[in-house]
Design a binder for this molecule. Structure first.
Ligand code: URA
Length: 208
């Protein structure tokens, strides 16, 4: 699965241990999600194209580089809202499109309920964010929806994945790179990642 990029970095692994710990409180949990997202985004953007530009320093005019393409971030409601600040700190002028998928607890399939995308989103690089990549159903539906809107350049950033989810996704969308901080063992019968970190949305928004 060439599209699966496991970002291995001592700082990320260290922070993941605190993130997974059930005794980590919501305040710390939110900080860790933010920090890990920031570190992962740095890597996920490493192939972004640049264009030449000219700027004036206080001393003189000089040639410089800027990002060639605008970036749109698509958080999947609600847990990915906890990742958004980490993205804004690195790409402050990113536009944001919101996608809403709700998991049907019986079928474990993602059910679409909301989309609000920026104008001209199809011209941008779109980075979907969602902390947990479990069955792959939400990821597949989100990418399908964006492709239907004409988006061509899509990346996905998730903190923790289950093997079944990334395998299913990669068969359908081998062209979409998925950046992960960890690939865990399996899913349990309720569709939770094992060992995982529990329900990311509940831990971010203190709704356990
Ligand atoms: N969503 C979560 O928040 N946690 C999981 O383990 C799987 C899906």
């Amino acid at each position: 699965m060439k599209n699966i990029k496991l970002i291995s970095h001592p700082l990320i692994e260290h922070k993941l241990s605190f993130l997974r710990d059930k005794n980590t409180d919501p305040f710390q949990f939110r900080l860790l999600v933010d920090e890990i997202t920031y570190l992962m985004l740095f890597e996920a953007c490493s192939d972004f194209e640049l264009k030449d530009t000219t700027i004036k320093t206080p001393i003189c005019e000089t040639k410089s580089k800027k990002l060639k393409t605008k970036v749109t971030i698509c958080p999947i409601l609600r847990a990915a809202l906890g990742m958004l600040d980490g993205v804004f700190r690195l790409i402050p002028d990113a536009s944001v499109g919101f996608l809403g998928f709700q998991r049907n607890e019986k079928t474990l399939q993602a059910e679409f309920y909301y989309s609000k995308l920026p104008k001209d989103v199809e011209k941008n690089i779109v980075i979907i964010i969602d902390p947990m990549f479990a069955t792959g159903s939400t990821a597949i539906s989100a990418v399908k929806h964006l492709k239907e809107q004409g988006v061509k350049d899509i990346k996905f950033i998730s903190l923790i994945a289950a093997p079944q989810g990334i395998e299913k996704f990669s068969k359908i969308y081998p062209d979409v790179d998925v950046y992960l901080a960890a690939i865990d063992e399996k899913l349990n019968e309720k569709g939770y990642i094992v060992p995982g970190l529990g329900d990311a949305g509940d831990r971010i928004f203190n709704t356990l």
